[in-house]
Design a protein around this ligand. Structure first.
Ligand SMILES: [Fe+2]
Ligand SMILES: [Fe+2]
Length: 158
């Protein structure tokens, strides 16, 4: 989940959508259990869901901060503000996931926990849209340029 696949809007978008879809399904299951008053079941689902956020989206965020985002700013220093904003989104998601875990560790399983999972989904949706837009407009353009470059300079061009 790193390297070239993150520099392409299409493959990057697939990574986002797969993780988000699972998160949506888990959150719906959680909501249903909570509505039915199945507290233990809800708690179990909440743990699975928070671990899902950590191992997928937050892990993905970390690899972006260690790779893609550094490359982006190096290539185009004017992207610094965009990268700062995207990193802030990651931090909000980290904060929400940490809060959920604290609540679960205290044995709390209520509407507050559900709301935080729903907030994670909404923030992630907006974040993904903005990040994919940046990749498509700012990074792919250069990739295409780099790929077509040698062809133009090759024997065919002469
Ligand atoms: Fe991403
Ligand atoms: Fe991201």
């Amino acid at each position: 989940m790193s390297g070239p696949s993150l520099r392409r809007a299409d493959s990057h978008s697939l990574i986002h959508e797969a993780a988000l879809e699972e998160a949506r399904e888990l959150t719906e299951l959680l909501e249903r259990s909570l509505c039915r008053g199945e507290r233990d079941k809800a708690q179990g689902i909440a743990w699975i869901a928070v671990e899902h956020w950590e191992s997928r989206t937050l892990q993905h965020a970390q690899s972006e901060e260690e790779g893609l985002y550094l490359e982006a700013v190096e290539l185009k220093p004017q992207l610094r503000d965009v990268i700062t904003a995207l990193t802030r989104d990651h931090n909000l998601m980290r904060e929400l996931a940490a809060e959920i875990k604290e609540r679960l560790e205290r044995g709390e399983m209520d509407e507050q926990v559900l709301q935080r999972f729903q907030a994670l989904i909404l923030i992630d949706q907006i974040h993904n849209r903005d990040e994919e837009e940046m990749v498509e407009k700012e990074l792919e353009e250069r990739r295409h340029g780099a790929v077509s470059g040698p062809k133009v300079d090759g024997p065919a061009a002469g």
